[in-house]
Design a protein around this ligand. Structure first.
Ligand SMILES: Cc1cc2nc3c(=O)[nH]c(=O)nc-3n(C[C@H](O)[C@H](O)[C@H](O)COP(=O)(O)O)c2cc1C
Length: 266
């Protein structure tokens, strides 16, 4: 039986969750946002350059959207409150350029235009990569991924590997298979294989695989699959759907350990 009590979530989490739910009812594509990172290993510049790409929001840590979307982690506390955290989750390939960039510089900004309700969220924070426990990079300059597991967890005994596997099982069969490809962003010519020969779909896990070859492919995909957990320190919401437009900024104050909310000129 659970004895945990859900921590109070900052006000922006409720606002973001309800806005996302309203937007997804109108348009499922509004689940993606732009994620900006710093790249310090580019031949184009001595100074870090910005990199930005779209990623899919996979909820907050331990957030369940559907029945049966399970893991060994508890879903609710003894009072029936959801045991989710205020940390956003995305999924990626641990071998990807963005994973390498995050290992070197975790500072990120997200820009999310939720068009159905005319809200822009910008979230500033630090993003941490959680690879497979047995992940080893194919590159000699392998990044190591610092992951403050305890600070990011919604409960004291949170099982991060169970959360990673839960997210893998929720992906589409096509997306699961994409983690079996050669290193993302590497040259197809230098690899020498044919992308058409790679698996197109993969099942949820090793137990569901048919035959030894598919079992190996699922193991390979799970090895490359990583979570990225984003710890926000500032959230800026512009509401263009209201007249007059409004703008609210929440800032985490490390001195008081509290979120401060302020209305700004849009
Ligand atoms: C709508 C959309 C959603 C995407 N979602 C993800 C995602 O959740 N994770 C991811 O790694 N790449 C995602 N991608 C691909 C990335 O935008 C990017 O092309 C790829 O990950 C390589 O990025 P990198 O070179 O910065 O690592 C998505 C692309 C689009 C267009």
């Amino acid at each position: 039986m659970s004895t945990s009590t859900a921590p109070a979530l900052p006000a922006w989490v409720d606002k973001l969750r309800s806005t996302v739910t309203a937007n997804l009812k109108e348009n499922k594509d509004l689940i993606s946002y732009a994620l900006a990172t710093h790249d310090t290993a580019t031949p184009h510049s001595d100074a870090p350059v910005p990199r930005v790409r779209y990623v899919v929001h996979r909820g907050f840590v331990n957030e369940r959207r559907k029945e049966g979307d399970g893991s060994s982690n508890e879903v609710k506390d003894k009072d029936g409150n959801d045991l989710i955290s205020d940390k956003l989750v995305i999924t990626t390939d641990a071998r990807s350029p963005k994973a390498r960039q995050l290992a070197a510089t975790p500072t990120v900004e997200i820009a999310w235009w939720l068009a159905a309700t005319q809200h822009q969220f910008r979230l500033l924070g630090r993003a941490y990569v959680l690879p497979s426990p047995s992940f080893s990079s194919p590159s000699s300059s392998a990044p190591s991924f610092p992951f403050p597991a305890e600070a990011l967890a919604p409960t004291p005994s949170f099982n991060w590997e169970a959360e990673r596997v839960r997210q893998f099982r929720k992906l589409s069969p096509e997306l699961r298979a994409s983690f079996c490809r050669p290193v993302p962003g590497s040259s197809v010519r230098e690899w020498g294989g044919r992308l058409e020969d790679l698996p197109v779909t993969l099942p949820e896990g090793v137990d569901e695989a048919e035959g030894d070859e598919q079992k190996k492919q699922v193991e390979q995909a799970l090895e490359n699959f990583a979570l990225v957990v984003i710890d926000c320190t500032e959230v800026d919401l512009v509401d263009l759907g209201s007249q007059p437009n409004t703008r609210t900024r929440w800032t985490f104050d490390t001195a008081s350990n509290e979120w401060k909310e302020e209305e700004l000129v849009p």
